[in-house]
Design a protein around this ligand. Sequence first.
Ligand code: BLA
Length: 312
Amino acid sequence: LQRTLLPPLTAIATSTRGFKRRSNCIPSCSVSYRKFVEFALDETTLHTHLIPSPLQEKYNFMNSKDGKGTLSMLSFEGAKIRLLRSLIIETETMQVLDFTVFPKAEYDIPIFCANFFTSAKTNIVVLDLNPLHDIINQHEYKEKYFKSLIPLGLKYAELFPWGGKLTSESINFFSPIVIWTKFTSNPEKYDILYSAFREYYKVWLKLICKADKETDESQIFHNLEAQHRYLTWRVEKDPGQGVLKKLIGDTLAKDMLRSFLFNGVDELGSKTFNDYFPRYCCQEGTLNKKGNVIGKSFENRPWNARGEFIGE
Ligand code: BLA
């Protein structure tokens, strides 16, 4: 089935792969994130059946406003997968991958998250199995999913040094094996990033394959609310928003964030950003758009080699 779904992507790939970027090649074009998505889809369909998401019809391909860039979107659903979606942005100066898989609320497994931003100068990378529940204070959830993965995290923590300070709230959405890094463009690093992506994705697939369906209504609600909180955070605070707005304009960018990238934010719950993140509320009670009431923290990796949180 997936093969029959791939042609649009492949067609787009062939039409853009050989195009003029090649002649005025800049460092950022040494990477294409298409093979990452192709790997993930192939690997997923080895284990489970994927069907196209209803979102696919509306969100598939767009040109940027200046006509120089493309945005390619794919989305699927599966028996245990609420939404698997990817966005690839390719312009003359930048390559972006935003690939996330949201499990259904009956499963408390982490959210798979790969966000890679590549420009001529720099790469900004987040690759993680974002925990659904608090792992800093909740040992049970951490033991259940992350204990056995610490060696994997350590291997890549050495290859990809900590990317430095980040919005402090983000750390609650990251796991002890998060790869949060920045590096200057370099083909070897992309190869390592590709292996990391494949390893992390395979590990995540194992988790979802093994996961038993939750039947306790209150636990399902707890999972649902955690996913809604996550979506609410990302719709509001995703650092990629500025780039998206520049490429396709405010209205389309907003629509893409709410209805495609973080689909579910308007359906899975009714709490607002202020309900979930009251500390972000400024004095007048309106949201601080600049984003940094809490500020940036964690200059260094806040987990030790045993995967224990050592941030303040
Ligand atoms: C920067 N992206 C960042 C940073 C993080 C992330 C932590 C560092 C700056 C900061 O913390 O504000 C990513 N943050 C995440 C993720 C989660 C989170 C994945 O909380 C999940 C819970 N990045 C993208 C996309 C684009 C992008 C799609 O994922 C572009 C379309 C760009 N990210 C981007 C840019 C920066 C950035 C340009 C640097 C600019 C900045 O720091 O604001």
